[in-house]
Design a binder for this molecule. Structure first.
Ligand SMILES: [Zn+2]
Length: 304
């Protein structure tokens, strides 16, 4: 439906829980935010609704179980629906959720044009963080991973940007060296310059340690990966270099920027979808994802 076929004068769907007009009309193509916050707590009111203690996130067991979206129809608050442009496919629309994570995390680092960036981990979030960093004007991006094929893909994904990739060697299981000693030795061997912002997208203790060691004085480490709850960190480095360690949980107010990045060609997401399944094949899709098979990046489910 468009304004030329009678939309003018129509009322947009109202987002009653938050109290503003959503600007969404029946028939619009949208990408949804799959988390429903309460809308009234202090965190919601200050705009950080991703931190709402009553958040109900689709398919999450937290404050749940909460129904997911693997079904033909879903009722959703209009305020969590974001119109996507005609140039965007539904498949790309589905990718606005992980892209929003990248937008939110990059935003929280206050990364600016000319910054040097390191990304630990070349999974979907690491790739998107690198892409958003490039869009924000980062002039040097180095991506580290233990998987060569992921690094190969990353270079082609961000081409012609001169992405630097480094294949990391995991710590041998037979090693009796402390993780922190191993991380310090690895950083020394790599000989990398310290950078303005490090995005840690693995959660692995050695990668978290290396992230801190690779941040410049006054730099920032953005913790995105979810790893072991207890980890040894070089707190002397954090303190004496004033390295800002920041957490990241999903996103808030990031979907409009994510959509704009794709609409304007600043970031592309469609290359990240490595496999596609129909809704009726959802179990196979989840099994493939869980297998961690080579070449699996993002798995799309739907009748696109
Ligand atoms: Zn709330």
């Amino acid at each position: 439906m468009s304004s030329s076929d009678g939309r003018d004068g129509e009322n947009p769907v109202c987002c009653s829980s938050i109290g503003f007009d959503s600007g969404v009309f029946a028939g619009d193509r949208v990408a949804i935010e799959p988390g429903r916050s309460c809308g009234i707590c202090a965190r919601c009111r200050e705009g950080r609704y991703n931190l709402c203690p009553d958040m109900k996130f689709a398919a999450s067991l937290l404050q749940g179980p909460n129904d997911g979206t693997l079904r033909e129809w879903v009722t959703y608050p209009a305020g969590l629906c974001h119109k996507i442009p005609e140039s965007m496919t539904y498949e790309e629309g589905a990718m606005m959720e992980p892209l929003a994570v990248a937008v939110h995390s990059v935003r929280r680092t206050q990364l600016s044009a000319g910054n040097k960036v390191i990304v630990m981990g070349a999974g979907p979030i690491g790739l998107l963080v690198a892409a958003v960093s490039r869009a924000q004007g980062a002039t040097s991006i180095t991506l580290l991973d233990i998987n060569r094929s992921r690094l190969d893909f990353a270079r082609s994904y961000l081409a012609p940007f001169p992405l630097r990739t480094i294949l990391l060697t995991p710590k041998p299981r037979t090693s009796t060296e402390d993780n922190l000693d191993f991380s310090q030795h690895t950083v020394a061997e790599l000989g990398l310059d310290e950078v303005d912002v490090v995005f840690e997208c693995t959660g692995a203790e050695t990668c978290v340690q290396m992230s801190i060691l690779l941040a410049r004085r006054g730099g920032c480490v953005m913790m995105i990966g979810m790893g072991a709850k207890t980890q040894v960190l070089p707190v002397d480095v954090i303190g004496t270099r004033e390295v800002d360690i920041k957490g990241n949980f999903r996103y808030a107010n990031a979907h409009p920027s994510a959509i704009a990045l794709v609409e304007t060609g600043m970031v592309s997401t469609k290359e990240l979808i490595s496999h596609r399944f129909q809704l009726s094949e959802s179990i196979q899709a989840l099994e493939l994802l869980a297998s961690g098979a080579e070449g699996v990046i993002k798995v799309a489910i739907g009748d696109f």
